[in-house]
Design a binder for this molecule. Structure first.
Ligand SMILES: [Zn+2]
Ligand SMILES: [Zn+2]
Length: 504
């Protein structure tokens, strides 16, 4: 039912809408006879303005008695019926918590397709961010003069895992971001150098595919020479016609992670797919078959050049169903996040290395490519990053029943703790202003944004989420944290505004 998409794409193409204005469409079907419809509609409106920001999401309400055809077209069977774009998320009565979860999932499921169809400005921004990556690494000039440009891999793992903890569909989003990063060309030039046969104009399709595998095999060693430290190395472990398996050792995203029953390197899978597609000009499917998250001590990716038997893409877009397993999943992800925080402490303070053959630090541009890029690819996904950060903030150890001022002071001491500083996540933080109901906190040398150009977008949604989650947990009151200054907005630091909800 791509009918609304086509209209939106047309409006963007015609220049009637800029991408910032391009809304996600929420459709709500109701009827006058339905007792649950009005309360659910109120909750949907409230959650959208509170969590997802009114500017990026539009709500259209239809009375099924007046719009029978539309209701039939979308198979509306029970009321109220709420959809995020083409994905049904609520059928029948729901509590506010359920509405929030359902909308969040809907945004997640639809995010990859939004990111994929960004052809105009956002894509340009994305390409520039990627080119900056290579430039800053090649120049060997420090972006962060005070603390250097490396960040502990646990920080990358915590952001990835917090995002995956929201819903399995986050994997699809990370895959799409990886694919965009691979396709937009920052690294594909290096692959040509690693397998020079790829330059040859007469190379056959199979031979080209084989040489892409050869280039993948050498890719991480080359990256390490450049100072990226994404993984120790890789090797091709199986190879056939248009098919290959590549094993990656000590990758930044997963190494040392306890078993969670799922693979976690969706970004890498997408990246390999995007790189291969950029070179071959054909569809290449990549699926992670072994991972630390699955109990292996390496990650292994199956790479398939699309042939007669077409496989499905790396993410699903089927209607959402409430799974009983979800609660268990959330518990195991919470446990995982706590383990990752402990791993980081042990690695930093006790010298217990996570990676043996390579440093536990990776270049900040690697973090920016995997996490910061998400918002550049889909503005709405910024809210998902914030929700992910919030989960992490809620898990961070800290006092309870604190006053607002006390909670802000505790945030500051967290952000200035030796672990935070030594992990390279930022240099130092200052409270710029604090009252009983609002505060401004400035962070210098933030790893997620330092060095980014003025793209008119605040980039540190994840950090905003951490602060919001932590202050809410320790005061027991709802607060809103927004980033008001950022590298992405033209400043050389990041400032977060925290407000108690009743004050905002
Ligand atoms: Zn993995
Ligand atoms: Zn920022």
């Amino acid at each position: 039912m791509p009918f609304f998409h086509e209209i939106l794409v047309l409006m963007v193409w015609k220049g009637w809408l800029t991408l910032e204005e391009m809304p996600v469409r929420v459709l709500l079907f109701k009827s006058k006879a339905c007792a649950f419809c009005d309360p659910v509609e109120r909750m949907v409106r409230k959650v959208i303005s509170r969590v997802f920001g009114g500017d990026l999401v539009t709500i259209n309400v239809f009375d099924v008695d007046e719009h029978r055809e539309l209701a039939d077209m979308y198979n509306v069977t029970s009321l109220p019926y709420v959809m995020v774009e083409d994905t049904p998320v609520i059928t029948g009565m729901a509590t506010e918590k359920e509405v929030e979860e359902a909308l969040m999932k809907g945004m997640l499921y639809t995010s990859p397709s939004r990111a994929e169809r960004l052809e105009t400005r956002a894509k340009q921004v994305f390409i520039e961010a990627n080119i900056n990556f290579i430039k800053s690494i090649n120049s060997k000039e420090r972006i962060r003069h005070s603390i250097g440009d490396y960040v502990h891999i646990s920080n990358l793992q915590l952001s990835t895992v917090s995002l995956l903890s929201l819903d399995k569909a986050a994997g699809g989003l990370l895959y799409t971001i990886g694919k965009l990063a691979g396709k937009t060309g920052a690294f594909s030039g290096i692959l040509y150098d690693l397998a020079p046969k790829l330059h040859s104009p007469n190379i056959s399709r199979e031979e080209a595919f084989r040489n892409v595998l050869i280039a993948f095999d050498r890719f991480h060693i080359k990256q390490n020479e450049m100072g990226v430290y994404d993984a120790r190395n890789a090797e091709v472990v199986e190879e056939g016609d248009g098919y290959g398996r590549i094993r990656i050792y000590e990758c930044a995203t997963a190494t040392g992670m306890p078993i969670v029953g799922e693979p976690v390197c969706y970004f890498t899978a997408g990246m390999l797919s995007g790189l291969a597609e950029a070179i071959l000009g054909e569809t290449v499917h990549v699926a992670e078959k072994a991972c630390w998250g699955l109990g292996d001590s390496y990650c292994e990716f199956e790479i398939t050049l699309e042939g007669e038997e077409t496989k499905k893409e790396g993410y699903a877009s089927e209607p959402l169903v409430e799974e009983p397993a979800e609660k268990m999943r959330r518990i195991s992800f919470n446990r995982l996040m706590k383990t990752l925080m402990r791993n980081m402490t042990q690695s930093i303070l006790e010298g217990r290395r996570i990676r043996v053959g390579i440093t536990d630090y990776t270049h900040i541009m690697n973090l920016q490519q995997q996490i910061t890029s998400i918002k550049l690819a889909d503005p709405v996904a910024g809210f998902l990053l914030k929700l992910a950060g919030k989960r992490l903030g809620e898990l961070m150890p800290g006092g309870e029943n604190l006053s607002f001022r006390e909670a802000v002071a505790e945030v500051k001491s967290h952000l200035n703790s030796p672990i935070a500083l030594l992990s390279g996540i930022h240099s130092h933080c200052k409270i710029k202003d604090v009252g009983d109901g609002n505060a401004l906190i400035t962070i210098h040398g933030c790893a997620t944004a330092s060095g980014q150009e003025d793209v008119k977008v605040s980039l540190c949604e994840f950090e905003a989420g951490i602060i919001e989650g932590f202050v809410e947990k320790s005061t027991g009151e709802p607060v809103v944290c927004r980033e008001v200054e950022c590298w992405g907005l033209g400043q050389d630091h990041c400032t977060f505004k925290i407000e108690r909800e009743e004050f905002s």
